[in-house]
Every structure is written in C-alpha cells, then in structure tokens.
Design a protein around this ligand. Structure first.
Ligand SMILES: [Ca+2]
Ligand SMILES: [Ca+2]
Length: 229
C-alpha cells in the first residue's frame, strides 16, 4: 500500500512539473508581468482639432489648435485640413510648412529633437470669402507620422468645426460694422468706376444679389441709412 501511494505521489509530481509553462522558465524570455505589452504598430498618435467660432463681418483670423496626445516621441507629422472655408496660411512658432491648395500641413522637430505629448501648434488662417452663418466641418486627415524611435504607429485624428455666427452685413463695404454714408459714397464711387472693390466688397455691396452692384443697390443702401429699409 505504501509503495502504491509512493508511486501515485511520483506520478502526481511528474504531472505537476510537466504542466509548468516551459516558456516562463526559459532564460531568454522574461515571464509576462501585468498587462500584455502593446504591440508597436498599435501605439496611437492622435491629433485633435478644436471647434472655433468666428464672426463674418471682417477678415478674421481663425485659430485651430492641433494637439499631439500620444506617448510616443515623434519627429514629424503630415496631415491635411479639409474645410469648405479655405485656409489661407498657417502661423506657428514651430517648424510648419503649409500648402493652401492641398490643405497639407507638415510639422517637424529640429534635428535631434522630438515631440512629446504637448500642444503642437496653433494654426491661424483667414477666412478668404464670405460665408453664410452656419457650421462648417474641419476635417483632419493624417497622412503619416515619423516616430523618433522609428516604431510604426497608428494614426488617429479628431475633426473640429468652424462656426460662423453672423451672416455678412450687407451694405457694409468698409467692414466697420455699420451701414452709413461712408459705405454709400464708396458704392457710388465704385459704380462710376472711381474705385475698385475686392470680391468681398462686391458681395456685400450687391444688396439684391443680382451679381453686380448697380444704382438699385445704391438706393437700397440709402434707404437703410435713412431708416426706410
Ligand atoms: Ca460701413
Ligand atoms: Ca445688385
């Protein structure tokens, strides 16, 4: 009976030993601790675009903050900004290159430097036309990113929106916020070809949206000034 028990014990011991994870005992492979390591190709790089609200009564600058919120050090970004309201230019104290036609923005770190999780840049652009009051989506389309460690990364972007909270003030051809005699005189001078107007001025001076500024628009502006319209 003792012999049988000893044999049974030996069988259990062998079975227990063979059930141990062989990989965990190998010298060249450390035992897994805590969470599973994130594969390099899943390290996220995220760019966020703020929503901004602007008036529409003059050539306002629009500031869009782009933030890198990842943990991986990176050396450069390329992304596109898509918006129905065209971007004119980008200003930033970082190394930024901008192609207005393509909406392509390139940001890069100085040699030997890299970006960490911080605000990357404030893009400032000007509204180049006149737009109706409304909400215009700003789409951020990341093209690629170069990690300082050369690890591959996953790109993510969050879109924003441009909210124009005022319609253009029709008749205000000098964009000072009022329709007054100064605007009337300017429109009159434009009609007799004494001055030239920018497309923005032509738009707000064309009171009846006929596509051109005529005496009819001049009369409408005069009626507004004296309170008849
Ligand atoms: Ca005015
Ligand atoms: Ca007109």
């Amino acid at each position: 009976m003792k012999k049988l028990l000893a044999m049974l014990l030996a069988v259990i011991m062998v079975a227990a030993m063979t059930a141990l994870p062989v990989t965990a005992l190998a010298d060249d492979e450390p035992a897994p601790v805590g969470e599973e390591p994130v594969p390099a190709e899943e390290l996220p790089v995220t760019v966020e675009c703020d929503s901004v609200t602007v008036d529409n009564d003059s050539g306002k600058d629009v500031s869009v903050n782009l933030r890198y919120t990842g943990t991986e050090l990176i050396s450069s970004f390329r992304f596109k900004v898509n918006c129905d309201v065209p971007l004119k230019d980008v200003y930033s104290d970082l190394n930024v290159q901008f192609n207005p036609e393509e909406g392509l923005v390139i940001i890069w770190a100085d040699d030997g430097a890299s970006f960490g999780a911080c605000t990357l840049c404030s893009m400032v652009f000007e509204i180049t036309g006149l737009y109706e009051k409304g909400t215009y989506p700003i789409g951020i389309e990341l093209v690629d990113v170069t990690a300082a460690s050369a690890l591959p990364t996953t790109l993510k972007a969050s879109d924003g929106e441009l909210i124009i909270n005022k319609d253009p003030l029709m008749g205000d051809v000098d964009f000072d916020g009022d329709v007054d005699n100064t605007d009337l005189i300017r429109v009159a001078r434009f009609i007799v070809k004494m001055v030239e107007f920018t497309p923005r001025q032509v738009y707000v001076g064309d009171m009846d949206h006929s596509g051109e500024i005529t005496n009819s628009d001049l009369i409408t502006i005069a009626r507004i000034i004296v309170g008849l319209a």
